[in-house]
Design a protein around this ligand. Structure first.
Ligand code: G
Ligand code: G
Ligand code: MN
Ligand code: NA
Length: 249
């Protein structure tokens, strides 16, 4: 596949970059974290979405290399804003390497990154075949102080039992539930039940994809903890993040 070959070249030649989208406190006024989002500027095809090329990396044995590139760059950037948490998306395939957790620990040590300032986001859909290696390595990283968030909650297949075994810190409500708030009058019931489930398990609840004030009002009323979406900030460059944080103080 030529796309896979191009991606390999892109990783090696630094044709990738990370954007960051701020996560806001429930009032929407203060930035509490930023999520790293990978971007690939292809020479001929232009900007390609990670929704397209992350699966290509996964199918072609490039996820380890791509994931390591993301970790290194995100750790580098996280040092610039030590007061907020940096979230990094991980593919479950990265845990297929038995020494993945060790690599992360070493990288954090070498780069002087504090574990509790880093949060790893793992997509619910990706966790269908539950491997013991995955759970064991999550546990190693969690014990070292790294935070974990279950991404796109409600869109995939993770069972509630699985959620309790994972011992994550945060649950991110899939943006489809948030966009439904603008369409279906009773859509808040779904979010209410996710919030009460998460609260019972001691999890922080983040709502993704918040696009308007009406959605914000409802999310605040039902007891979400954190918000992310175009209403507040779009994904932006590292220097934009620095400017946003500077404006806040
Ligand atoms: O940024 P955007 O909305 O285009 O992201 C689309 C999808 O790609 C999201 O599901 C997001 O989680 C995923 N994604 C973005 N960056 C990364 C990354 O660095 N690693 C992995 N594994 N997935 C990512
Ligand atoms: O699956 P994950 O949550 O990692 O996906 C993050 C993706 O969601 C990013 O690609 C980002 O561009 C996108 N996103 C962030 N905020 C919004 C929003 O308010 N509306 C929409 N439609 N997409 C958003
Ligand atoms: Mn995410
Ligand atoms: Na998500």
């Amino acid at each position: 596949q030529t796309m896979a070959r191009d991606l390999k070249t892109a990783i090696e030649s630094n044709a990738l970059c990370l954007n960051y989208q701020p996560l806001m406190c429930i009032e929407g006024k203060r930035v509490t974290g930023v999520e790293a989002l990978l971007r690939w500027h292809h020479d001929d095809l232009g900007l390609i979405s990670p929704e397209i090329f992350v699966p290509i990396a996964e199918k072609n044995g490039l996820m380890g290399e791509l994931g390591n590139w993301v970790l290194k760059r995100a750790f580098e950037d996280a040092r610039v804003w030590p007061d907020v948490i940096t979230s990094i998306n991980l593919s479950v395939l990265q845990f297929a390497k038995p020494d993945f957790a060790e690599i992360v620990l070493k990288l954090a040590r070498d780069m002087g990154v504090v574990a509790d300032r880093i949060e790893f986001e793992i997509t619910e859909t990706a966790m269908t075949n539950d491997t013991t290696s995955f759970l064991a390595q999550v546990e190693v990283l969690r014990k070292a102080g790294f935070r974990f968030a279950l991404d796109d909650f409600g869109s995939g297949y993770a069972s509630i039992g699985y959620l309790s075994r994972l011992n994550f810190h945060k649950l991110k409500i899939d943006r489809s539930f948030v966009s439904a708030l603008s369409v279906k009058p009773d859509a808040d019931r779904m979010i209410r039940s996710i919030v009460s489930l998460g609260a019972a398990m001691g999890l922080t609840i983040t709502a993704e994809g918040v696009e308007d004030v009406h959605q914000h009002e409802i999310l605040k009323a039902v007891g979400c903890d954190q918000l992310q979406g175009f209403l507040f900030h779009r994904p932006c460059s590292r220097s934009d993040v620095e400017a946003i944080l500077k404006r806040e103080v």
